[in-house]
Design a protein around this ligand. Structure first.
Ligand SMILES: Nc1ncnc2c1ncn2[C@@H]1O[C@H](COP(=O)(O)OP(=O)(O)OP(=O)(O)O)[C@@H](O)[C@H]1O
Ligand SMILES: [Mg+2]
Length: 512
């Protein structure tokens, strides 16, 4: 007789159904797991055996075979412990034979029979709900699973004994409730930054339209400080975005206590980050920093210090909003639609842009060219807003704090974003949320400049040598500037400002 229990295997953030087949047959005592298990799955044998003994049950002294079907799909992770143990418990009569029908099961076992949290409970619950099944999961992940749907049946247990009692009707477990993480710590405020008005303006534009931003300036000018305050002006996640972000966090095992958060992700990996850490993959497929930054911000501080090969791996995700990671025998795709914010010094000495400063390593332009050559042209081309952040003078620091704080800026950002959401919804493109995501064809409809604007574009396209991508990126920024103004049409001033943000990097490149 073969017992069947449903569980899942993760491919990207999708949960694919896996059938755990448990057979207890006459023969010499043995316990084998087949169906492309990785090391963690093979080790399930020892955990399952000990957990059953600790729960007062013994493995039958017979030949036990566990097959994880489909057999050609690789199985990774420790969440197969619980479905295997429950299959065995049905086989030995510890829980009623039909109890597990209509449930997807995942969880890791401790040697004492306790059930430990695992990654990926949210996508598993969403997958189970789509198949009209309930979910049996660790107690620590119950609140996370409850987000899948208000109707899905969830059994979130602490131990094998609790599950057995639940199905025997001795002690029925109540359904967990979805929870949002309460944020008590206040966010850093833009009011802390003195001077730097144009940098703050660029930060506001980037936040309003989801544009990529590069800040170049002397050490101690406040670049890292500015970036750290970006989350305080971004609008909270919409329910759909919240679910997307949480699915990725869930697969990465980064949801603590089952509580989701509605703050936009802000990821700031160190410049020693490897390609696998940034784009995902590695021994076990995991989303990388760029996927964890989905719908939020990826901040790369000291941009030229990143390995050039690692930086260039961002080019494709920046273009299409997802990243494909090749594994030994298959590929997985993770969403990666993020806002890239980068900061750097103009040269290795750091002060090349300061008036009257002479670089120690030779001519200033040679020094900046050497340093900036680490960033490829195509990557630079993808950065819409490039600004210079000059050093603040002591007299700036002595000024009283600015009257405008993050709350005021956040309100303007929110209204500009509302205009964008409405616009794309009216065009029947609800999947586009910001101007930065608008494809070129849509852009031609929504960001058509007025006559004066067109003339400016024509004059400047030649001298600035705008690439096709550059041209569209300028239009996107100009559209955001018009939205911040509440203007219907993109005007000459909007375009002029958008072009000025592009000019900086180009000037540097030409100097190099
Ligand atoms: N505009 C400013 N207003 C107030 N304090 C500032 C400002 N700029 C810099 N500071 C002070 O200087 C410190 C360093 O700033 P920050 O780390 O942001 O510099 P940075 O531009 O990132 O430098 P680096 O290029 O060396 O990374 C801040 O912690 C803050 O105390
Ligand atoms: Mg810094």
């Amino acid at each position: 007789m073969v017992q069947r229990v449903s569980t899942v295997a993760f491919e990207g953030i999708d949960a694919r159904a896996v059938d755990v087949q448990v057979q207890v047959a006459p023969g010499l005592p043995a316990f084998a797991i087949v169906g492309l298990p990785d090391k963690a799955v093979s080790e399930a044998r020892e955990r399952v055996r000990s957990a059953l003994i600790a729960s007062g049950l013994a493995l039958p002294a017979r030949r036990i075979t566990v097959n994880l079907a489909p057999a050609d799909l690789p199985k990774e992770g420790s969440h197969y412990d619980l479905p295997i143990a429950l299959g065995l418990m049905v086989a030995i009569g510890a829980i009623p034979p039909d109890a597990l029908a209509g449930f997807t099961v995942l969880g890791e076992l401790g040697l004492d029979g306790s059930i430990a949290p695992v990654a990926g409970v949210l996508p598993a619950a969403i997958g189970a709900n789509a198949r009209d099944e309930g979910l049996i999961c660790p107690a620590g992940c119950g609140a996370e699973a409850a987000w899948a749907s208000p109707d899905i049946e969830i059994v979130a247990a602490r131990s094998l004994i609790q599950i057995a009692n639940h199905f025997k009707g001795v002690q029925v477990l109540s359904r967990p409730r979805p929870r949002i993480h309460p944020h008590s710590a206040p966010q850093l405020d833009l009011r802390d930054i003195k001077g730097q008005e144009s940098a703050k303006r660029a930060l506001e534009i980037a936040a309003a339209g989801g544009h990529h931003l590069l800040m170049t300036g002397s050490p101690g000018a406040g670049k890292s400080m500015l970036a750290a305050r970006l989350p305080s002006i971004l609008p909270p996640l919409s329910p759909a975005e919240l679910l997307e972000v949480s699915m990725i966090a869930s697969v990465a095992g980064q949801i603590e206590g089952g509580e989701l958060t509605d703050r936009r992700p802000f990821r700031a990996p160190h410049h020693s980050a490897s390609m696998a850490a940034l784009t995902g993959g590695g021994m076990r497929a995991r989303p990388g920093e760029i996927s964890l930054a989905h719908n939020g911000v990826l901040f790369l501080d000291e941009l030229p210090e990143f390995e050039p090969r690692v930086l260039d791996s961002l080019r494709q995700p920046l273009e299409n909003g997802e990243v494909s990671v090749s594994r030994a025998n298959h590929r997985v795709t993770y969403p990666a639609r993020f806002m890239l914010v980068a900061a750097m010094n103009p040269c290795r000495c750091g002060h090349a842009y300061e008036p009257g400063y002479a670089c120690k390593r030779g001519r200033n332009d040679r020094c900046t060219a050497d340093y900036q050559a680490r960033i490829s042209g195509p990557l630079m081309d993808r950065l819409d807003l490039r600004i210079e952040v000059p050093a603040v003078s002591a007299s700036d620091l002595l000024l009283p704090p600015p009257s405008e704080g993050s709350v005021d800026v956040a309100a303007r950002v929110a209204s500009a974003r509302a205009i964008q959401t409405e616009r794309f919804a009216a065009l029947d493109l609800p999947q586009i949320r910001t101007n930065a995501e608008a494809p070129a064809a849509v852009l031609e409809v929504v960001a058509q400049p007025d006559a004066a604007g067109l003339k400016l574009l024509r004059d400047v396209a030649e001298t600035m040598r705008l690439s096709a991508r550059g041209y569209h990126r300028v239009l996107r920024v100009a559209r955001t500037l018009a939205d911040l103004d509440g203007a219907e049409q993109v005007g000459r001033l909007h375009l002029a400002e958008a072009l000025s943000y592009r000019a900086l990097g180009d000037d540097l490149r030409r100097a190099a």
